[in-house]
Design a protein around this ligand. Structure first.
Ligand SMILES: Nc1nc2c(ncn2[C@@H]2O[C@H](COP(=O)(O)OP(=O)(O)OP(=O)(O)O)[C@@H](O)[C@H]2O)c(=O)[nH]1
Ligand SMILES: [Mg+2]
Length: 447
């Protein structure tokens, strides 16, 4: 693929004051640039960090920096690389960056280091997305998921699925070559079962995206229910801090109150909302508060339907399991120091002032929102991976239908080939420019 291999430079650490800041350079001409930037000092030896004096165009001192030159191809990007550990003052970093640009480097685009690593075959797209996850993970559980993607577990899972599809494809192709001959193929029923099993596996893997997303980016939980039900009290109890105003007056909470906390390894963002009233709401400000709370319904992962004792049982108790499409809904009864046995459809009983039942609810939130379903192994870490695996599952389902129906093996083989192409795209083999553009645009500069 024709790609730009120009010498590029970027700040790899966050802008701001720090003990050190790291500038990364990659591309042809790294060594020449380094020698021009630090013309005196020890001999340049590959992969040996050396303290060097970086000079400006007039020979004045810019900084004393730890400089490491790494010739390709055995580098992160596959190209010659240079790393400058500068003192961490943003003004100083800016001056050294400018100097690098004057010496022939151009500023890197977001994700360009990872992009070059992929194009050089040093990294596949699954690994690149795992790296991105490692940087962005908002919880220990997210870090764990990203590490699994880096350790090759996802790649191994992908390779195993690919092997199975290759075998199935070969079976289907054999039927096309020798349509009329009764050769000793594997029975159609066995191939159909194999296709369906592979489809189910791809689907189960795709569905780990919900867990992957929540582990990496956090999960959102809305507390909703009638006025005075005890939403704000429960919100505070779950967070373990006195955040929202609690009072016996119905209609206390108006604005949505939002708070994020790391709870048992998962980042949860809780939203407390204005209480719902039966009948029309007179006060326009209260009505607006209620509307704002209701608008969150489609954005959260889970809704705690908070109710005080004496609440009417809803006609249909919401399900405890993962809801199709919309958020999960759990019913929580407040003012209950102990679980009640005559409250059908209620999932949790709490007493916020004493904290009874709150730890159990908190633990259930974390375990449910981070659960990866039946599938073991690597979690899907991006929308891109999710979409491709859903596509693989659909292709394989089509292939099984074709072979068992009148469409026959030719159509089945085509669908199976399409599934294989998606798997290749998942890993990033022969991936198109626009796919790379979109993927790496989200990355940090310097990554
Ligand atoms: N004993 C007991 N009292 C509770 C419990 N939850 C809430 N309360 C009390 O019930 C009253 C209302 O509680 P809030 O938490 O303000 O209720 P809310 O649902 O946020 O009310 P609005 O914001 O008005 O919709 C307060 O006096 C709380 O102290 C509980 O679990 N046990
Ligand atoms: Mg409230």
């Amino acid at each position: 693929m024709a790609e730009d291999d120009a010498l590029m430079v970027a700040l790899a650490t966050p802008p701001g004051r720090a003990a050190t800041s790291l500038l990364r350079l990659s591309g042809a001409g790294c060594l020449a640039l380094g020698q021009a930037l630090a013309p005196v000092g020890p001999a340049w030896r590959p992969r040996r960090a050396a303290l060097r004096r970086l000079l400006d165009a007039e020979g004045g001192l810019l900084d004393a920096a730890l400089v490491t030159w790494m010739p390709g191809p055995g580098t992160a990007t596959g190209e010659d690389c240079l790393e400058l550990s500068l003192h961490g003052n943003p003004l100083l970093v800016e001056q050294v960056l400018d100097r690098c640009v004057r010496l022939g480097a151009r500023p890197a685009r977001p994700g360009e280091f990872s992009r070059r690593a992929v194009l050089a075959g040093r990294l596949d797209l699954i690994g690149a997305e795992a790296l991105d996850g490692l940087i962005w993970a908002r919880s220990p559980l997210g870090l764990q998921a990203a590490r699994a993607g880096l350790g090759g577990a996802a790649q191994a899972q992908l390779a195993a699925l690919r092997e199975r599809l290759l075998d199935l494809c070969a079976e289907l192709e054999a039927r096309l070559d020798q349509l009329d001959q009764e050769l000793g193929y594997v029975d159609d029923a066995v191939v159909i079962d194999g296709l369906r099993a592979a489809a189910a596996e791809a689907l189960a893997w795709a569905e780990t995206w919900r867990a992957g997303r929540r582990r990496l980016h956090g999960a959102r939980v809305l507390l909703q229910g009638p006025v005075n039900a005890g939403k704000s009290s429960l919100f505070n109890a779950l967070l373990g801090e006195d955040r929202a105003i609690v009072s016996p007056r119905p209609g206390t909470t108006r604005d949505v109150v939002e708070r994020s906390a790391l709870i048992d390894g998962l980042e949860l963002t809780l939203y407390d909302s204005a209480g719902l009233r039966e009948g029309p709401v007179e006060d326009p400000i209260e009505a607006e508060g209620i509307a704002r709370g209701l608008r969150l319904n489609d954005e959260v992962d889970l809704i705690l339907e908070v109710e005080a004792p004496g609440a009417a049982t809803p006609a249909a108790a919401p399900s405890f399991g993962e809801a199709e499409g919309g958020p999960l809904r759990w019913r929580v009864r407040t003012h209950c120091p102990a679980p009640l046995h005559n409250a059908p459809g209620v999932h949790f009983f709490v007493d916020s002032p004493t904290g009874a039942g709150v730890a159990a609810l908190r633990a259930a939130l974390v375990s449910t929102l981070s659960a990866a379903g039946a599938a073991g192994g690597a979690l899907v870490l991006s929308q891109r991976q999710h979409a491709l695996l859903m596509g693989v599952a659909a292709d394989l389902g089509e292939a099984a239908d074709a072979l068992s129906g009148w469409l026959g093996p030719a159509v089945a083989a085509e669908a199976c080939t399409a599934a294989l192409a998606r798997l290749a795209e998942l890993r990033g083999d022969d991936v198109r420019e626009d796919v790379l553009d979109r993927l790496f645009a989200r990355f940090c500069v310097g990554k």
